[in-house]
Ligand binder design. Structure first.
Ligand code: NAP
Length: 302
């Protein structure tokens, strides 16, 4: 039986591995689609301390190399369920079951996509799902910001301090976001609202040049010239495989400040948990705590 299984090979997973391997635990990491996680899709990262500019792929290669230096064993498998049998956990995968004493869930989350032409083509080259990560690259430009929830409005406010103009595109005529941030957005001269509208395509030759909007009330169409599109229509956690821990209404796993879930021996770190910020820096911090908590839990069993 392994001491610890880490589910997911993104920033949280590799950090959990580095800490737990240095604590001499017997660790196995399971990963579905290959190492790196969401951050490997980022062209440039400028807000992870220690690297003034690095690509997501390169940063994750460094994380992986460091974990492997301490003897990390990785296996490519999709986790389908986690069973709690008290001091023994069973992690079920598409290529067999694994027994362990503790599990750290680092399975991350993914932004909900618009699913329109041009979105995939321009992702990382004009289409972004994170203003904190990418606003800087659109300094002085005009951008569209899609969605009407807390994330869309907060990120639009963040963008408005950097870009020339933010064109918010929302499918209804009222925002879902908290009133207090709505008021701030309405007061900003750099933010314009396109109500009752959806993006039907993202257009351009080599980079984004415009979006086509459809008014859902009268079906009219218009072309909005923008150089970037920020999509904030919700975040989907990769937590469907685990139904024995408490989650919030969005499916994110609840944890206390030791990263303990509602089930003893199951821990969570990074984007899959309920957290106010989803960044490499926060995933790394979570995972250091989760690994330390898992180590203490495993010791308590002996
Ligand atoms: P959200 O609350 O689910 O909002 C998603 C927004 O996208 C909604 O306005 C929704 O429109 C729109 N939308 C969904 N699917 C769409 C589609 N296919 N096409 C166009 N628009 C679409 O997601 P979120 O803003 O990421 O927030 C997630 C959770 O985190 C929420 O509980 C939120 O309160 C919380 N949060 C809190 C803070 C904070 O500082 N307190 C900050 C960020 C997030 P409708 O309004 O018409 O449904």
């Amino acid at each position: 039986m392994k001491d610890l299984i880490i589910i997911g090979a993104g920033p949280a997973g590799f950090t959990a591995a580095i800490y737990s391997l240095r604590a001499q635990l017997d660790v196995l990491m399971l990963e579905k689609t290959g190492p790196g996680g969401q951050i490997a899709l980022s062209d440039v990262i400028e807000n992870y301390p220690g690297y003034s500019e690095i690509s997501g792929v390169e940063l994750m290669q460094k994380f992986e190399e460091q974990a492997k230096k301490f003897g990390l064993v990785m296996e490519s498998a999709e986790v389908t369920a986690v069973e709690d049998h008290g001091e023994k956990k069973i992690v079920k995968t598409t290529s067999g079951d694994h027994e362990c004493k503790a599990v750290i869930i680092c399975s991350g989350a993914k932004p909900r996509k618009l699913g329109v032409p041009g979105e995939q083509e321009f992702t990382g080259r004009g289409v972004s799902y994170c203003a904190t990560c990418d606003a800087f690259f659109f300094k002085g430009k005009d951008v569209a910001s899609v969605g009407g929830g807390d994330t869309a409005v907060k990120e639009s406010l963040f963008l408005s301090k950097m870009v020339n103009r933010v064109e918010v595109v929302h499918r209804r005529d009222a925002l879902r976001a908290e009133k207090i941030i709505q008021e701030k957005a309405f007061a900003s001269p750099a933010i314009n609202f396109n109500w009752d509208s959806v993006v039907t395509s993202i257009n351009g030759e080599n980079s984004v040049e415009s979006v086509t909007l459809k008014n859902v009330k009268d079906d009219s169409e218009k072309e909005l010239p923008v150089q970037g599109v920020f999509v904030f229509v919700g975040i989907l956690p990769n937590t469907d495989f685990i139904n024995i821990v408490e989650k919030d209404e969005g499916g994110f796993i609840k944890a206390n400040d030791k990263m303990e879930t509602s089930v003893p021996g199951l821990f969570v770190a990074g984007d899959a948990r309920v957290t106010p910020l989803r960044q490499v820096a926060t995933a790394v911090g979570d995972a250091a705590i989760a690994a330390t908590s898992a180590e203490a839990y495993i010791e308590s069993l002996e």
